[in-house]
Design a protein around this ligand. Structure first.
Ligand code: KGT
Length: 276
């Protein structure tokens, strides 16, 4: 199955972001992609809370999700919105991913579980939990021959989610992202490849990249990793575009046969040693 990841530089104007997404999705579909993933916060990258709240809509009225449903149907593809901000009933916001089938039907919805509440040593300070309501369930879903595990960005640092998805049957893990430039340079490739290797699964990660209208800088480097940890495709910069690769699910079966660590896992205790 041909799979693509769209790299974007989403700004503060939802309509402009949708136009950018639409073009790149059409380009990747014309290149044969049957599954296309967009990055975290496809529809809006807006640091200013007031402006964010003024621009977002409830799920059923959201323009990105509406556009994605009709694009998926028109192009006959699986379209995975890596995430977009969605207004919830209590006035909070979900960092929400959604998968649409080639019939334009919503196949899965996932709200990011882990909030990026982090102070970086370059002075950047992030408090995702001040605005966003975390999700409480991880999701896996069949898409053609693939069984996708859904996750978002900072979730990639919590390996148990992916282990649980793999044990539940997932063979393609997804980590759409808006990684900071600083943490991306230090950790991005290792994290994505480690999740693939330790679970014998593909990893597809569409990324935001570059300097955005809201002034933040993201790392880019959208990537597709195979179940043996090899990088099948990588956007080696932070510019908008797409990457594409052929995914063969039997490679996941093969990797898990070579290294059966999912089967070899054992329960254990943690014992703390006290030395005088
Ligand atoms: O807040 C928004 O507008 C959109 N959300 C994000 O950009 C999120 C939360 S602030 N970013 C990350 O999770 C970066 C993780 C990361 O960079 C790392 O784990 O190193």
């Amino acid at each position: 199955m041909r799979c693509a990841a769209i790299q974007m530089r989403s700004g503060i104007d939802v309509a402009a972001n949708i136009t950018a997404m639409d073009k790149l999705v059409r380009d990747a579909a014309a290149d044969g992609a049957q599954y296309i993933q967009t990055p975290e916060m496809t529809g809006l990258l807006q640091k200013d809370r007031k402006a964010l709240m003024a621009a977002i809509k409830p799920d059923q009225d959201d323009f990105v999700l509406g556009t994605a449903a009709s694009l998926a149907k028109e192009l006959n593809i699986w379209l995975h919105i890596g995430s977009t901000p969605i207004l919830l009933e209590d006035g909070k916001v979900a960092n929400r991913a959604a998968l649409f089938s080639p019939q334009g039907i919503r196949a899965a919805t996932y709200d990011k579980i882990h909030m990026f509440d982090v102070d970086l040593d370059n002075g950047e300070s992030w408090r995702e939990s001040a605005v966003y309501e975390p999700g409480e369930a991880t999701q896996i879903v069949q898409a053609g021959e693939m069984i996708l595990g859904l996750a978002i960005c900072y979730d990639v640092r919590f390996p148990n989610i992916f282990r649980d998805q793999a044990l539940a049957g997932a063979n393609v893990l997804t980590t759409p992202a808006a990684f900071t430039r600083q943490t991306g340079e230090a950790h991005w490739h290792v994290l994505q490849r480690a999740r693939a290797i330790e679970n014998g699964a593909y990893v597809i990660a569409a990324a935001q990249g570059g300097t955005h209208e809201d002034t933040r800088e993201t790392y880019g480097h959208s990537i597709i990793v195979d179940p043996w940890g090899a990088v099948l495709a990588e956007k080696t910069d932070d510019k908008p575009g797409y990457i594409i690769a052929d995914i063969d699910i039997s490679k996941s079966v093969e990797a898990r046969k070579k290294i059966p660590n999912l089967k070899n896992a054992r329960p254990y205790r943690v014992e703390t040693q006290h030395t005088e």
